[in-house]
Design a protein around this ligand. Structure first.
Ligand code: NAP
Ligand code: MG
Length: 505
């Protein structure tokens, strides 16, 4: 039996044939094996079974890919390509992605474990619209004309000063496994719109949808070498990219711990770095909140993608007047979750990504109980193959517990009470982690909502919504949640160099 045949799901033939082939690297427009010829097992997290193989790239493969990206960056076919032509290629890629939405969904579901209900509801057109959004920017990246009277010139000297926004160069993109194709398009969009070239290192656990994007980039007609893909382990392929002397910038999404390693690795050539890292975001419920909106909202905030989601709202603050009612309502609403393989249409909560991740999450659940958190619901893991953990709700006596302070990256929600303290004090508690990525406020009072939004120390705040993601809305972290903003026009700044030109006339 071939590996792909072990997938006991109703899949399209196209999906089976895609996973049946060893996933290759794409370097300079060619689909190739890694130099070592070694492969990485790709595992279905719902069963723990290996269903595919991906070539494992290393330092020498990264080197080749960077050379190809550098040559493509300097090649006039790309560097002098009119911006509307770049835009046309990007729009073509977005169309191809959308035409392949079903294949993307199936690959992502078996690779990552997310429920098909979620993939088919929103992954496309979200990802193709991200590329379209940045395709729109490709023709609108412009500098300024500035009034200037340069120091040292006679006051009546006539001058002209203007700025150019030039592509930063070769970009190394390193992405995580939790929303593989989503994290990839966030980097691809602004990098291509600004005219950069790329080497992408997808997460070792989830190479499938990146391989499909590679195929479609080729099909869309991008010049060879503009985008290169090297699968591999972070410690080897990722580190070689982060450390590479001919890479101009690293765009990284992943854990705060690895983000710090990327910064260290960047010092050799002082490459630019942007980081989208971890989070432990607050969800703050005031007593006048509309519970019909807030309960499902808090549920989604905490458990979307099994809580393997950087903006997850995993610290719930509820006013004591409504605490029991809200927490009780939430616990009941958790009946919605049916654990199962993502490919089962009934599944509303899939497995975690790996055995390691499951062990880590179960460790946090144990530590929560030992530290005195009250287990309201869940806390177990079904005795079945695959990496399943029940959605878990704790009521916590303090914000000092490990389970409250640390990013768990699993389906664990910690609730705490607040009373009639002022908004500054509520904010102090909400902000008391090393992270600052997202957050939400639930109230019908406009003044409370906006005043609280100002006080939350994070890159994004929702009012009666948590994590409102749209291509146009900037997103990113304060404190140890990162450097820079992705999404929106802000992301373009991460991929350009500003040059000021002054002429004396
Ligand atoms: P991770 O372990 O930090 O890995 C992220 C990527 O970095 C992977 O491709 C990984 O390769 C690679 N990597 C590992 N060590 C490296 C090194 N020394 N040098 C260069 N690259 C290296 O994170 P993860 O476990 O995949 O993802 C979960 C984390 O991502 C969470 O903390 C989450 O909050 C964060 N995240 C943040 C955002 C955001 O937008 N802020 C979005 C999603 C996820 P391997 O595949 O071999 O591990
Ligand atoms: Mg990892």
């Amino acid at each position: 039996m071939s590996l792909a045949e072990s997938l006991d799901y109703d899949l399209m033939d196209e999906t089976r044939s895609f996973v049946g082939e060893t996933t290759k690297l794409m370097i300079n427009g060619e689909f190739v094996a890694s130099d070592s010829g070694k492969t990485i097992d790709v595992i279905d997290p719902a069963t723990g079974k290996i269903f595919a193989q991906a070539y494992m790239g290393g330092k020498s493969d990264i080197d080749k890919a960077v050379k190809a990206a550098r040559a493509a960056f300097e090649n006039p076919t790309w560097s002098r390509m009119p911006s509307h032509e770049r835009q046309r290629l990007m729009l073509r890629l977005a169309d191809l992605m959308e035409e392949n939405a079903k294949l993307f969904n199936e690959l992502e579901v078996i690779d990552n474990g997310l429920p098909m209900q979620i993939a088919s509801m929103g992954m496309f057109p979200f990802c193709s619209n991200m590329i379209r959004y940045y395709a729109g920017w490709a023709t609108k990246i412009s500098g300024d004309t500035l009034p200037s009277s340069p120091f040292g010139l006679p006051p009546d000297a006539e001058t002209l000063t203007y700025t150019l926004k030039e592509p930063i160069g070769v970009v190394g993109a390193i992405t995580p496994w939790n929303f593989p194709v989503g994290m990839l398009v966030l980097k691809l969009g602004p990098a291509l719109a600004t005219g950069c070239t790329m080497v992408i290192k997808p997460a070792e656990q989830t190479p499938m949808t990146a391989a499909l994007v590679a195929k479609l980039i080729k099909e869309a007609g991008f010049p060879d070498g503009v985008v290169n893909f090297v699968n591999g382990f972070g410690e080897e392929a990722g580190a070689a990219l982060a450390d590479h002397p001919d890479v101009d910038k690293i765009s990284f999404t992943g854990s705060t711990a690895v983000g710090k390693k990327i910064i260290h690795a960047s010092t050799g050539n002082l490459k630019k770095v942007s980081l989208e890292l971890g989070g432990k975001s607050p969800v703050i419920v005031f007593p006048d909140a509309d519970f019909e909106q807030a309960i499902p909202g808090a549920l989604r905030a905490a458990f979307f993608l099994q809580g393997q989601n950087c903006m997850a709202g995993t610290r719930l603050f509820v006013h004591e007047k409504v605490y029991d009612q809200f927490v009780g309502g939430l616990s009941e609403a958790m009946n919605f979750f049916k654990l199962g393989p993502g490919m089962d249409p009934e599944t509303t909560l899939g497995p975690l990504i790996s055995a390691t991740q499951k062990e880590r999450v179960m460790g946090f659940i144990d530590s929560g109980q030992q530290e005195g958190a009250e287990l309201v619901r869940g806390g177990g893991s079904p005795d079945s193959p695959g990496y399943f953990v029940e959605p878990t709700l704790f009521s916590c006596p303090s914000g000092e517990l490990n389970v409250v302070k640390n990013e768990i990256f699993g389906p664990v929600l910690c609730a705490e009470r607040f009373g009639d303290e002022d908004l500054d004090e509520i904010a102090r508690r909400a902000n008391s982690t090393i992270y600052g990525l997202s957050g939400s406020v639930w109230t019908r009072d406009l003044s409370t909502a906006h005043r609280m939004a100002r006080r939350i120390d994070s890159g994004q705040v929702g009012i009666n919504v948590h994590a409102a993601l749209d291509p146009a809305t900037p997103f990113g972290g304060n404190k140890q949640s990162g450097w820079g903003r992705e999404f929106g026009k802000e992301a373009l700044d991460l991929y350009v160099k500003v040059k000021a030109v002054t002429a004396v006339l």
